[in-house]
Design a protein around this ligand. Structure first.
Ligand SMILES: C[S@@+](CC[C@H](N)C(=O)[O-])C[C@H]1O[C@@H](n2cnc3c(N)ncnc32)[C@H](O)[C@@H]1O
Length: 408
């Protein structure tokens, strides 16, 4: 998400109410049309002032116009919705919201704590449950209520501190605590806003609970409950979010899950473990190098997946695996090994000159090397993602350069 400091603007509740009224919506549509036509922001702001729109309302219109334009890349109905930039930047990734909502689909009611402008609340309501959205930011809830009406979804908003909101016994709770303070990303569960242990205590009467978290959360976080499932969500090559599941919303006895999503939030592949990670032995480099996807590594299911594929680790401390036959798997990028060379740029450059391999890319695995500097030392050969991959790998007994091309 963008991190422009201008996105810290937060409208007053009065301005948010005005924005979703007849005049505000018209001003917003006009501002979006002007920005779309290439008019710059200062001119749009000057026009609003010239038309007698008061400064707080004008700032709110301009911010919402920018938010709407930003949201188009991820929300098909962005042009009907009213957002703020800060709320949009804090909103869950729509694919992650949709995937999480699928776990509560069919429930009659869900309470969404820290709902913000409603990225998750609207996704949950779209699967059927009546949603009670709780947040202390009344302006965001005003926009959420408007957006729910536009989309025809059943969402009730409540302005409250979520730590004091009474959770009905046996109900289902979703929560999305804030992950940024003073421009800093918060990673540990105990420092989120509000802290996850406090949220869990508040949600204790619930039968099931799902918490949206950053993908940077670690399975060793001291505040991770022992009876929870931590799910890592990956979209394309990117880890987008993680989710903590408890009670009825946890899948069986899973403790860690890796999930590969489609752009629309559908689950393409999912694998979990309910015990400790598999202890896969280290073995000699084979004909193929298997590079696990981030979600599998973070959930520590890659070794178990490798075991099923007959693979072995390249080194005790590396997630990289190796195999003698090319496996068909969505969980690894598979590279056919063309050469294993000493970790010397001059040797690798000489090999590249004789091999005629096309564009190259350099990846490091446990070695403290700057790939750009190494590329310069290789004589600046053409670069590109679909050609040859030069893996600079720390093994247990030294480092090597494994040159390979994508298998299949
Ligand atoms: C990450 S945002 C939620 C984003 C939302 N799930 C979405 O997808 O649009 C976190 C929200 O938590 C709210 N919040 C933080 N602490 C709170 C508290 N103690 N009580 C109520 N709301 C709180 C903030 O106002 C903010 O809107």
């Amino acid at each position: 998400m963008p991190s422009d400091p201008a996105a810290s603007f937060a409208p007053t509740t009065e301005a948010a109410r005005w924005l979703v009224g007849t005049e505000g919506l018209q001003r917003l549509a006009d501002a979006v049309a002007a920005l779309d036509a290439g008019v710059d922001e200062l001119t749009v702001a000057a026009r609003l002032r010239r038309d007698g729109v008061e400064p707080e309302h004008a700032r709110t219109v301009l911010d919402a116009a920018q938010a709407r334009i930003l949201a188009r890349s991820r929300l098909p109905r962005a042009d009907e919705l009213v957002l703020t930039r800060a709320a949009w930047e804090q909103a869950s990734h729509p694919a992650a919201s949709t995937a999480r909502a699928a776990r509560v689909a069919g429930a009659s009611a869900v309470t969404d704590l820290c709902s913000g402008v409603g990225g998750d609340a609207l996704a949950i309501a779209a699967t059927g449950p009546a949603v009670t959205a709780v947040d202390r930011d009344e302006a965001r809830l005003t926009l959420l209520a408007h957006n729910a009406t536009v989309l025809g979804l059943a969402v009730t908003t409540v302005v409250a501190d979520v730590l004091r909101y009474p959770i009905a016994p046996g109900s289902l709770v979703h929560a999305d605590p804030g992950r940024r303070a003073a421009g800093r990303r918060l990673r540990r569960l105990g420092e989120l806003l509000p802290p996850v242990p406090s949220l869990l205590a508040a949600a204790a009467p619930a039968a099931g609970c799902g918490i949206a978290l950053s993908p940077a959360v670690d399975l060793t976080d001291p505040d991770l409950p022992a009876d929870g499932e931590l799910e890592f969500l990956q979209l394309g090559p990117q880890l987008v979010e993680s989710s903590l599941w408890l009670g009825d919303l946890r899948r069986g006895g899973a403790v860690a899950t890796a999930t590969l999503l489609d752009e629309d939030g559908a689950v393409r592949h999912r694998v979990d473990r309910d015990g400790p990670p598999v202890d896969l032995p280290v073995g000699a480099l084979g004909a193929f190098l298997l590079e696990p996807h981030a979600a599998a590594v973070r959930a520590r299911v890659h070794a178990g997946l490798g075991e099923e594929l007959g693979a072995r680790r390249v080194a005790r401390t590396r997630a990289l695996l190796t195999a003698d036959v090319a496996p068909a798997t969505p969980w690894f990028d598979v590279w056919q090994v063309d050469a294993v060379l000493p970790l010397r740029a001059r040797t690798v450059a000489a090999w590249l000159r004789t091999a005629d391999v096309g564009p190259i890319e350099i990846a490091t695995h446990g070695v403290d090397i700057d790939p750009a500097a190494w590329w310069r030392r290789l004589g600046r050969p053409p670069r590109g993602p679909e050609g040859t991959r030069i893996h600079l790998v720390r093994l247990d007994d030294g480092a090597v350069c494994v040159v390979g091309h994508r298998a299949g």
